[in-house]
Design a protein around this ligand. Structure first.
Ligand code: ZN
Ligand code: ZN
Length: 350
C-alpha cells in the first residue's frame, strides 16, 4: 500500500510504500476511494493550533506521534475482512467513523466515542486515509453508503456531523425560532438540516448578502445582515420580541456570541460550534435569571453519522466537491487549502 505521510511538523508529505496489512478478527482492509481534505489536516501538518496571544497548542502534547498518515474523512470499498466481521461484506462502499475512542471511559461506554478521554481518532492518533489502502481496527466503525455519492460523503464524517449534532442540540429545546449565525459551508448545512429535522422558523445571520441569499434558497425563513447596527432588534422583532429559543453560532467570535446572547430568550440554549476564537466578558447574573444554557458541539457519535447519511440519501444535504487530487498531489492539496485556493470541499482520490 501507498501512504502520504507527514514526517514531522511543516515537512512535506512523503509517499511511503509497505505491504498491505492482513485484517484479523474484527479488522477490515479498505481500498480508499475518496478522502476529504480538511482544515484539521493543516493543523496536524503545522504541528498544532495557534491559540492567539502568542500561544501554540502542540499536537504532540495531545499524543500525536510523527510520522503519521493524515485523513479522517474516509470513504472506501471493503477489500478484505477479518474472521469475526459480519456486519459488512467485501465489495461494500462505506464511510468510516473516524472519532474512535478507548471503549472504556464514561463517554465511550454510552456510545460517545467522539468525546473519549483518550481518543484514538484516525488520521490523527492513528494512520488515516491519505493512502490507497487503510486498515480499520473494527468493522463497527463502518457505515454503508447505499447510494450516497462517495466524494460528497467524506465531509459527513466531520463538518457535516458537527452541523448535524449542533442542530440536534438546538432541537432539544423544541424551538419555535432558531438563529443560525454564519452562512458559510457549515452554516448552510445547518440551515438545510434544521429545515428538515426541526419545526422551527430559521433566522440566518451573516455579514454577506450573497450568502444570505443562498441561505434563503436553502430553507432559511428569515435573514438578517449583521452589518446592521440594529441586528439584535431586528432578530428580536422576528421572534415576537421574546427572543430565540436556540442560537447556533457557526462563527464563534466575540461579536457573534454577543449577538447570540442578546437574542436568546428565557430558557434558551446557545450552541457554540465555530473555532474562530477569542474571549468575551458576560453578565453572569443573566445566566441564572434567564436560565440559559451555553454549550459546545464538536463532531458527533456513530449513530449521528448513520442518521446523517440517511438525510444525505434523501437529498436533504448535498456537499459540493470543487477540487480533486491524486495521492501523489497530497502536498498540493494541503498547500492549496492553506492558500485558500479551495472554494467548497476538496478530496483526494487515490
Ligand atoms: Zn475534517
Ligand atoms: Zn474512551
Amino acid at each position: 500500500m501507498k501512504s502520504a505521510q507527514i514526517p514531522g511538523p511543516n515537512e512535506p508529505l512523503t509517499i511511503s510504500e509497505s505491504e498491505n496489512p492482513r485484517p484479523q478478527g474484527t479488522q477490515v482492509l479498505l481500498k480508499v476511494k475518496s478522502e476529504g481534505v480538511c482544515h484539521s489536516d493543516l493543523h496536524l501538518w503545522e504541528g498544532g493550533y495557534d491559540l492567539g496571544d502568542g500561544q501554540f497548542l502542540k499536537v504532540t502534547d495531545r499524543g500525536v506521534k510523527y510520522p503519521v498518515t493524515p485523513g479522517h474523512e474516509i470513504v472506501g470499498t471493503i477489500e478484505k475482512i477479518g474472521e469475526n466481521v459480519s456486519n459488512v461484506s467485501v465489495g461494500d462502499d462505506v464511510l468510516v467513523f473516524p472519532w474512535m475512542g478507548c471503549g472504556e471511559c464514561p463517554a465511550c461506554k454510552v456510545g460517545n466515542e467522539n468525546l473519549c478521554d483518550t481518543p484514538k481518532s484516525m488520521g490523527l492518533f492513528q494512520n488515516g486515509g491519505y493512502a490507497d489502502y487503510t486498515l480499520i481496527p473494527d468493522s463497527k466503525y463502518l457505515a454503508k453508503l447505499d447510494g450516497v455519492d462517495p466524494d460528497a460523503a467524506t465531509s459527513l464524517a466531520c463538518s457535516g456531523l458537527t452541523a448535524y449534532t449542533a442542530v440536534k442540540k438546538a432541537n432539544q429545546n423544541s424551538p419555535e425560532f432558531v438563529v443560525i449565525i454564519g452562512a458559510g459551508g457549515l452554516g448552510l448545512m445547518g440551515v438545510q438540516i434544521a429545515r428538515e429535522i426541526t419545526d422551527a422558523k430559521i433566522i440566518c445571520v451573516d455579514l454577506d448578502d450573497k450568502k444570505l441569499e443562498t441561505a434563503k434558497e436553502m430553507g432559511a425563513h428569515f435573514t438578517v445582515n449583521s452589518k446592521d447596527s440594529d441586528t439584535v432588534k431586528k432578530i428580536l422583532s422576528i421572534c415576537n420580541d421574546k427572543g430565540a429559543d436556540s442560537v447556533i453560532d457557526f462563527v464563534n467570535a466575540p461579536p457573534t456570541v454577543k449577538t447570540g446572547l442578546a437574542v436568546l430568550r428565557k430558557r434558551g440554549n446557545l450552541i457554540l460550534v465555530g473555532l474562530f476564537g477569542g474571549s468575551l466578558e458576560i453578565s453572569l447574573v443573566s445566566i441564572p435569571l434567564k436560565s440559559i444554557t451555553i454549550q459546545g458541539a464538536y463532531t458527533g457519535n456513530y449513530n449521528d453519522m448513520v442518521e446523517l447519511l440517511d438525510l444525505a440519501r434523501k437529498g436533504v444535504i448535498n456537499p459540493v466537491i470543487s477540487k480533486r487530487y491524486s495521492l501523489e498531489d497530497a502536498n498540493a492539496a494541503l498547500e492549496d487549502l492553506k492558500a485558500r485556493k479551495i472554494i467548497g470541499r476538496a478530496v483526494i482520490n487515490p
